[in-house]
Design a protein around this ligand. Structure first.
Ligand code: NDP
Length: 326
């Protein structure tokens, strides 16, 4: 089977780059605390099914940096011949090393961190390099200037931003355009449980011609059937180093999850599949950036490509389950 036969690609904003409908992030389950063979089999399986985009950041692990090392090893061992078929992204913004130059948005930090990421990945360039979060204490010109420098020096092909609000995103887009290195993509948090980007950011991205790749479309696993009957020990909420806190699974959340799960069953799909399909219903969304701890999770997300579109009634039912605070 040709890996490209069944994958849908969407254009990223007004750029020339197309991204797969599903992209795979390496935030959890690819660190040096995780079994390498499982990480490798997820990466190879994803690529075999047409997922050409892997997303990283300097600090993914644990330990910080080890997810980049894992991907670097798989690239060397198995994917070296396919580098030109892959879109690999990394980011800098959160704490990576001690002292004043190890986080946020200075030129010093961003460029040093990009160099470290390239070393861990064993690559000459990444396809996308992001400012991982806005820095209130560094002029935006400096942070965007560092991204533009990385693109102009060939260490990154495109510049991106993550976790920027609508006004910051518009300013960043203008600065990057003026520097001749347009902003390719924005990576915000977006799922049925986190809808802030619907009030403002998506409009800015459309106006500026920037793509959108929402992270955590499954709300870290809450929008699946995983937590319907308690917290499994091997889940993100059950593991010591998982970012999802058990207290996020409130009674109200669990009620919503049960109702959404029923709606998904009525559509003959899993809740995970329905949640991924829901973020992709917006034409401004380029790709859904999922996480996985096993290959079956990747297949579940990929099944959105053959899913029936939502009816107006189903979308209204989702709104009513989520309520006004969603
Ligand atoms: P998701 O919301 O997709 O959550 C992924 C988790 O959900 C998996 O690890 C797994 O949890 C569970 N899961 C996935 N599929 C299924 C399924 N079919 N059935 C049951 N459970 C399932 O995304 P993430 O929170 O992992 O984020 C995705 C990516 O987004 C990250 O890897 C990273 O690249 C990016 N990101 C970016 C951020 C930023 O600031 N820019 C912040 C956070 C993420 P379990 O491990 O418990 O099995």
């Amino acid at each position: 089977m040709n890996r490209y036969d069944d994958m849908t690609f969407r254009r990223c904003g007004r750029s020339g780059l197309r991204l797969p409908l599903i992209s795979l992030g390496l935030w959890h389950n690819f660190g040096d605390v995780d079994p390498f063979e499982n990480a490798k089999s997820m990466l190879l399986h994803a690529f075999d099914r047409g997922i050409t985009h892997f997303d990283l950041a300097n600090n993914y692990g644990p330990s910080p940096g080890s997810a980049e090392t894992t991907l670097g090893k798989v690239l060397r061992q198995d994917l070296a011949a396919h580098r030109d078929e892959l879109i690999i992204s990394s980011k800098a913004g959160y704490l990576m090393w001690p002292g004043p130059y190890g986080e946020w948005g200075s030129r010093k930090y961003l460029i040093a961190s990009a160099d470290q990421s390239l070393k861990r990945l064993g690559l000459e360039y990444v396809d996308i390099f992001y400012s991982h979060r806005p820095d209130p204490d560094t002029p935006l010109e400096e942070t965007m200037g560092a991204l533009a420098h990385l693109v102009k020096s060939g260490k990154a092909l495109y510049a991106g931003i993550s976790n920027y609000g609508p006004d910051e995103a518009r300013q960043a887009a203008r600065l990057l355009r003026d520097m001749g290195t347009p902003c390719l993509i924005h990576q915000p948090k977006y799922s049925m449980f986190e809808r802030t980007i619907e009030s403002g950011l998506l409009d800015v991205l459309e106006e500026e011609g920037i793509g959108c790749i929402p992270f955590s479309p499954l709300a870290q696993g809450m929008l699946t059937n995983k937590y319907l009957n308690g917290i499994p020990a091997d889940s993100r909420a059950g593991k010591e180093h998982g970012f999802l806190q058990p207290d996020e699974l409130t009674e109200q959340r669990l009620d919503q999850i049960h109702e959404l799960n029923e709606l998904a069953s009525g559509r003959n799909q899993t809740l995970a599949r329905m949640a991924v399909q829901w973020v992709l219903r917006l034409k401004g969304v380029t790709s859904a950036l999922i996480g996985a701890s096993r290959t079956a999770h990747i297949d579940d997300a990929l099944a959105v490509m053959s899913a029936a579109p939502f009816t107006d009634e189903e979308l209204a039912r989702i709104e009513s389950i989520l309520g006004p605070e969603a």
